[in-house]
Design a protein around this ligand. Sequence first.
Ligand SMILES: Nc1nc2c(c(=O)[nH]1)N[C@H]1C(S)=C(S)[C@@H](COP(=O)(O)OP(=O)(O)OC[C@H]3O[C@@H](n4cnc5c(=O)[nH]c(N)nc54)[C@H](O)[C@@H]3O)O[C@H]1N2
Ligand SMILES: Nc1nc2c(c(=O)[nH]1)N[C@H]1C(S)=C(S)[C@@H](COP(=O)(O)OP(=O)(O)OC[C@H]3O[C@@H](n4cnc5c(=O)[nH]c(N)nc54)[C@H](O)[C@@H]3O)O[C@H]1N2
Ligand code: SF4
Ligand SMILES: [Mo]
Length: 867
Amino acid sequence: MGEIRSTCPYCGVGCGVLLRATATGVEVRGDPDHPANRGRLCSKGAALAETVGPEGRLLAPMIGERAADWDEALDLVAARFRRTIADHGPDAVAFYVSGQCLTEDYYVANKLMKGFIGSANIDTNSRLCMASAVAGHRRAFGTDTVPGLYEDFELADVVVLVGSNMAWCHPVLFQRLMAARAARGTRVVVIDPRRTPTCDSADLHLPIAPGGDAALFNLALAEAARRGLLDRDRLRNIEGVEAALAAARATDPGLTGLGPQQLAAFFDLWLGAEKVVTAWSMGINQSDTGTDKVNAILNLHLATGRIGKPGAGPFSLTGQPNAMGGREVGGLSNMLACHLNIEDAAHRAAVRGFWAAPALAERPGLKAVDLFRAVGDGRIKALWIMCTNPVVSMPQADRVAQAIAGCDFVVVSDMMAETDTMRLAHVRLPAAGWGEKDGTVTNSERRISRQRPFRAPPGQARADWWQMAQVARRMGFAGFDWDHPAQIFAEHAALSGVAGALGSDFDISDHAGITRAGYDALAPFVWPANAHRRGGRFFADGRFHHPDGRARMIAVAPQAVAGPMILNTGRVRDHWHTMSRTGLSPRLNQHMAEPYLEVHPDDARRLGLEPDGLARVAGQGRAALLRVLVSDRVAPGQPFAPIHWTGETAAQGRIGAVVEGAADPVSGQPALKSGAVAVAPFVPAWFGYAVAARPFRPDCAYWARAAHARGMTAELAGGHIPADWEAAARRLFGLGPGLQAQVYADPSRGRTRLAFIDGGALVAALFVDRAPVAVSRAHVAALLGEPAGPALLSGRPGADRPDPGPTVCACLAVGLNTIAAAIASGACPTVAALGDSLGAGTSCGACRPELAALIARHAPLPKEAAE
Ligand SMILES: Nc1nc2c(c(=O)[nH]1)N[C@H]1C(S)=C(S)[C@@H](COP(=O)(O)OP(=O)(O)OC[C@H]3O[C@@H](n4cnc5c(=O)[nH]c(N)nc54)[C@H](O)[C@@H]3O)O[C@H]1N2
Ligand SMILES: Nc1nc2c(c(=O)[nH]1)N[C@H]1C(S)=C(S)[C@@H](COP(=O)(O)OP(=O)(O)OC[C@H]3O[C@@H](n4cnc5c(=O)[nH]c(N)nc54)[C@H](O)[C@@H]3O)O[C@H]1N2
Ligand code: SF4
Ligand SMILES: [Mo]
């Protein structure tokens, strides 16, 4: 069979992939012809084949704990929604969907809720992600338009990354930027309170005070005016210039937390180049002043005319593969479809007519935070959650869990049988996943690409659009009888033509007549795509989408984030959100295997936190237990924790439970990066490390488990010491009393080591210590299934087999110790030399910033050599 062209299901870069189905799964490589990545993939894209196995999939619709067939499940969902609406009105039901839905899924959900049920209570996890960018764009431009293209990162002279850890979160676009930097000397500025891996490849890192971004961009605007750099022609077509300038001039530089030299360096770089791209993501959006921060950035680009030109413009990096597509179809509760406004009567009339909608929603629905509040207090009585895991990812996550648990009727559609949200559903619907689904996604540069299946879904799993359309039909609604996503795409494209005629930027009416064959062959394209305009940048002509054609500058009064301990949260390189898929990949689990709290050495000293010990992080009256990572990459008072651990993968790793998430008044997006917390050491009676050939679920105060190529590994810690470690270990691993055990115990040091042997091979091992267990994880886990030798319990390889240490390069599985040794020997003074001798960093390149940092740390040479 030939290769199938599809798109990576992870980040908003939207890389093209080539898939070849094999007897056991799939081979994945970067599509050299896809304009987003030209063949490149990052570690997550390269590991896709490891995440499409049957493990954990939900295979049949479940009503309670009983497997049902689709007819019964869909009839039940339709009946319960119909009855709830009849008894309590349309606003008593809600959908909560996701930027990982395909455009076709999203379109159907939005049409059903806003056109036929007659409520706008459909919101999406994009509220946690893109809502402030959307609101900022709409305020400035009149519509939610990302003006630029990826090639602008390659054409710019200065690229500013603000609130973005691009090296880890948009790795392939970052590699494109790094290639341009190597070729033409692009200057890169990173604005982030943390010194992230992205900073390691930057010319200037500004460790901004949390929330200080609006002040910084305001000050740059005032400085631009002072230097006479405002674009007088452009200003004539902008409203609100004077007020914005006045607010900028009144800004207190103290709010940025930066010194005069740092500010001057930034102004010189930004204002000294015509071709500047300012790209931002969650460090800007996820704030209770996120919309103002976005507008402070847009103000500066508008006022200096650096917008809509090759190599110049503001650029909102989208997170999820279809965050942009969801915005196009109107997945947010305050949008209509195709960038039309729900508040506008003419827009509503057009959509009503096009859909022949019996009950078009008249006003915006509830935004995510309020939506779950309404679930909690019983105003919403029937809820359908699709393709997202809010019990982990929402702020106040325990309250969200309680709300869902208390709701009369909850449907969850997911690929996986067990997620923290799935566990609370009355009806669980098995969703087709990546590799099985057929549809389109839109990436950060407005490029629409096809996802194509390489196999049929397992069991009875079905596409999300099909599930929604079936329920709509069973509720008695007409207009939902597609039998292929191509028809939905065509309908959406036709509606976009109607929207375009009303002035919407989103118009892809070129494709309104697309056939099944045309859809199957559809090549990636950038919108708009219609008789007037195809692709390209917006606003080059100085015209905007407000009714008067003018842009708006917004007067922004910056505010500081206050508090002695501000919890910053975000992502790690090799995991995707709640890990339901990346957690299946042993390679990806090697990079970071535990939930952790990164704290500055001063905080650690002050609070009595031990390196590698445990910390209790409390906020909202809830706590998480995390491994302590002491590091000066974070500032004092600004600890950082990753978002990826769940009730499935850790005892108390759900960081959403401790985040309050006050919402931005304009966008409704919660502040997910600035929760007030208290941090204290958690001192357990024992620490443990366990490995087993078969999956196990620990039950102690602290645990974090991860899939491994040979089974499963777990870090453990407990409050009290069991009377009999051997019995406790057998319970932990589910092993009978018959199985042979090797035991080593040193009670004086609180040390016990147990290995269980079956048929001469190691099946499980437990290492217990009073202090954090010092064994080579990589070595011990690799012994699973191997013949049990005498040195099994030493926990270290013999002198002949050096310990590679934790994995740094996930693609080629090169460990930290191996790399550090190569650097220290003087043989590898550069990242390129490490690649030549060890292969590290030569595949996806995502670890190159870490390699550069390791060179800086271990090399007998000055840092410049690492560049
Ligand atoms: N590996 C990986 N990649 C991903 C994802 C993933 O789960 N894993 N998820 C995807 C999704 S959905 C998204 S939304 C994107 C997110 O991509 P990013 O936004 O790049 O990722 P985050 O780690 O959430 O946050 C970015 C940075 O914001 C900084 N920050 C915190 N507060 C402030 C502040 O006040 N000002 C500034 N300037 N910075 C601040 C944090 O220190 C952090 O380094 O990543 C996408 N890509
Ligand atoms: N504190 C804090 N919280 C955050 C963030 C942060 O930075 N800090 N970031 C926020 C952001 S930007 C985001 S985007 C969210 C992400 O948060 P979530 O959306 O909750 O995270 P995912 O793990 O991606 O959830 C997707 C779910 O859908 C399932 N799934 C995958 N494919 C399909 C499919 O095709 N159909 C269906 N029906 N299901 C499927 C997966 O198994 C998984 O359970 O988290 C937000 N929460
Ligand atoms: S950068 Fe990585 S995660 Fe993002 S789309 Fe490309 S391969 Fe996938
Ligand atoms: Mo996101």
